[in-house]
Design a protein around this ligand. Structure first.
Ligand SMILES: [Zn+2]
Length: 324
C-alpha cells in the first residue's frame, strides 16, 4: 500500500514513466491482415494495443495530475511536455543573449539588422495578438556567418546568419525564415527539448546505476558497462532525440507559414524558397548547397518539407483571412 502511494504521487516516478511510455518507439507491427477471413489479432497486435492503452492512460493521468508541465502549443494545439516555466526560459535566454549583445553589429550588417528587425517586429505584433500564452520576449540579431542558418535559442532569442540574406530573394522569403524561428519560440521547443534531455540523461543515469551494481555483483563482465551505456546513449539519441527534433522542425515550418501569412507576407514564398534550396542541394558544388548543408543536419528531408509546406498553404491562406 505504501509503495503504491509513492508511485501514484511522486513526480520523479511519474514523469520518467510518462516519458518512457510516450517516447518509446512503437513496437514493429505488420500492416493489418488483408484476409478478411483471418482477422483474429496476432500476439504482436495484442501487445501493441495493450501498450498503446497503457501509454494513453499514463499520459492522461500525468496531464490531469501535473497540468503545469503540459502546456498547449498555440495554433497547432499540440500538448507538449515541458517542466520549465516561461520565467526560467527567459532567464536562460537572457544569460545567453548577453554574450551576443556585447558584440557590436558590424557596419556592413547594419542594414541587414534593420531589415530583419523590421520583418521580425511585424511577425511579433501578430504573435502578441493571437497567443494568450505568456508573452515570449522575441529578440532578433543578424550574425556574420555565410552559412544558410538561423537559430532560436531558449526564450525566443533569434539569430539570423548573414548567409540567409544572400540566399533569400525578397522580404517574403526572409520572413519565412524568421517566422520559422518565431514558430520555435512560440511553441517553446527549447524548453521542451531541455526537458526531454533531462529525462533521457536521467534514464541513462539509472541504467548506469543498475549496470554498476550488476558489474559489482559479477553478473556481467567488467568493461561491459561502458559498452552498454555508450550504446544506450547513441540508441536513445537516434530513436527519440533526433525524430523529436524533426517533428519540432515540421511544427516550426507549419507555425512559420501561418505566422508569415497572418503578418501579411506571401506564404507561397516559403515553397519557392525551399524548392530553390532543394534543387541547389542536388549540385554539391554550388555555394548555396554548401551553405544549406549545415542547416539541415537534423531537419526533415527537403522533399518532405516542400510537401508539408504545400499541404499547409490552404491553412495559411485561411489564417491570413482570419487575422486581417
Ligand atoms: Zn528550425
Amino acid at each position: 500500500m505504501k509503495y503504491r502511494k509513492i508511485i501514484a504521487t511522486n513526480p520523479f516516478v511519474l514523469i520518467p514513466l510518462y516519458l518512457i511510455l510516450v517516447s518509446a518507439p512503437k513496437p514493429l507491427v505488420m500492416a493489418a491482415d488483408p484476409e478478411p477471413s483471418n482477422n483474429v489479432p496476432t500476439v504482436i497486435q495484442r501487445v501493441e494495443s495493450g501498450w498503446n492503452f497503457a501509454r494513453e492512460m499514463a499520459a492522461k493521468y500525468a496531464k490531469a495530475r501535473y497540468p503545469q508541465y503540459f502546456p498547449e502549443v498555440p495554433i497547432t494545439k499540440r500538448t507538449q511536455f515541458n517542466v520549465f516555466t516561461m520565467d526560467q526560459e527567459n532567464g536562460y535566454g537572457n544569460v545567453w543573449w548577453a554574450t551576443i549583445e556585447t558584440n557590436p553589429i558590424p557596419a556592413d550588417l547594419a542594414r541587414a539588422q534593420r531589415r530583419v528587425a523590421r520583418l521580425g517586429s511585424r511577425i511579433e505584433i501578430l504573435v502578441k495578438s493571437i497567443t494568450n500564452a505568456p508573452p515570449v520576449t522575441l529578440k532578433f540579431r543578424v550574425v556574420s556567418d555565410d552559412s544558410f542558418n538561423a537559430t532560436c535559442m531558449v526564450g525566443g532569442r533569434i539569430t539570423v546568419n548573414s548567409g540567409v540574406l544572400d540566399v533569400t530573394r525578397n522580404d517574403d522569403e526572409l520572413a519565412f525564415i524568421i517566422a520559422h524561428e518565431v514558430g520555435h519560440a512560440v511553441a517553446r521547443h527549447a524548453g521542451e527539448t531541455m526537458t526531454r534531455e533531462i529525462m533521457r540523461k536521467g534514464g541513462l543515469d539509472a541504467a548506469a546505476f543498475i549496470a554498476d551494481w550488476a558489474e559489482s555483483q559479477r553478473h556481467i563482465q567488467k568493461g561491459t558497462v561502458t559498452n552498454i551505456l555508450v550504446g544506450l546513449d547513441v540508441a536513445t539519441v537516434l530513436t527519440t532525440a533526433y525524430p523529436h527534433k524533426r517533428e519540432q522542425e515540421s511544427e516550426a515550418d507549419y507555425l512559420g507559414l501561418m505566422l508569415m501569412a497572418g503578418a501579411g507576407f506571401r506564404p507561397e514564398a516559403a515553397v519557392d524558397l525551399w524548392r530553390r534550396v532543394a534543387s541547389s542541394r542536388s549540385d554539391p558544388g554550388s555555394s548555396i548547397a554548401r551553405a544549406v548543408a549545415k542547416y539541415c543536419g537534423t531537419h526533415p528531408p527537403d522533399s518532405a518539407r516542400i510537401a508539408q509546406l504545400q499541404a499547409a498553404l490552404p491553412d495559411a491562406r485561411r489564417f491570413l483571412q482570419t487575422e486581417r
